[in-house]
Write a protein of this length. Sequence first.
Length: 83
Amino acid sequence: MNIILVAVSSFIVNIPLGMWRSKYKKLSFMWFFLIHASIPLIVTMRILLHTPTAFIPVFIAVAILGQVCGRKCKTLNDKKCRT
């Protein structure tokens, strides 16, 4: 159950970060910052909830998925507002 909680939290936190990241130039300081901003929260949750280290790749993948979904939501919302 703790694994699911960390994974869902990772996804939800990264959606707005992905939306904000889409506003910045690729490889800029803020772009890197927004990609890595959720790491302290995810690591802290993982440690406090005693999840196995074997699931770290899952949490990374879910965080990336959240970033991508956030960027897509922002892009689709921008296109919808223009029409």
